[in-house]
Design a protein around this ligand. Sequence first.
Ligand code: RP5
Length: 198
Amino acid sequence: TVTDLIDLFEAEAARDRPTEEMPDVGIIMGSDSDLDVMAGSESGRPGAFDALTALGFEECTDYDDPPESRYTFETWVVSAHRTPELMYTYAETAADRGLDVIIAGAGGKSADLPNMTASIAYPLPVIGVPVQEKSVDSVIGMPHGAPLTAVDAGKSYNAALSAVQILARGDDELADRLRSLHDERQTDVATVSWSLHD
Ligand code: RP5
């Protein structure tokens, strides 16, 4: 139930655990219908899971059994309108649960999950992903003094790269991984460019 989820997040926040056992990046979305855009892999279009996996992150699906990788992320469906208390608890406990950055995606015209999460989790950074084109204004339309970083519609892949850029400010290993991934992109473009001249 929603109460169980709220209890879980509150218990995790109160637990005294080594940082390396807690997820670094939190991915939340308003509905499981957002999963294709947010994860990416299934739809064929790269998404946040693809970027994080390419950078060596593993998904934490059980707080009591964290993955091997020292870099991890978690994924939850949290709806601003259908489960407001859950959204509040998720955002409010995020820092105490070890998260360094949240990626929040929502679709529709009232895509309020990213901006509400940003306001509650502040000063933890939140990167908003408008799941559809029509969600862009709702996600980016924050008032003065209430910041939310956002990517363009559907660009959860870029949101994940931005999230890791934030983590990489204090982590040379992650910075190297970001550079390697960027080099791979450059090589891909060069290969295509050369292929036109074969
Ligand atoms: C938004 O409403 C969700 O983020 C989703 O994109 C959209 C539709 O949700 P479902 O009706 O598919 O659950 O809040």
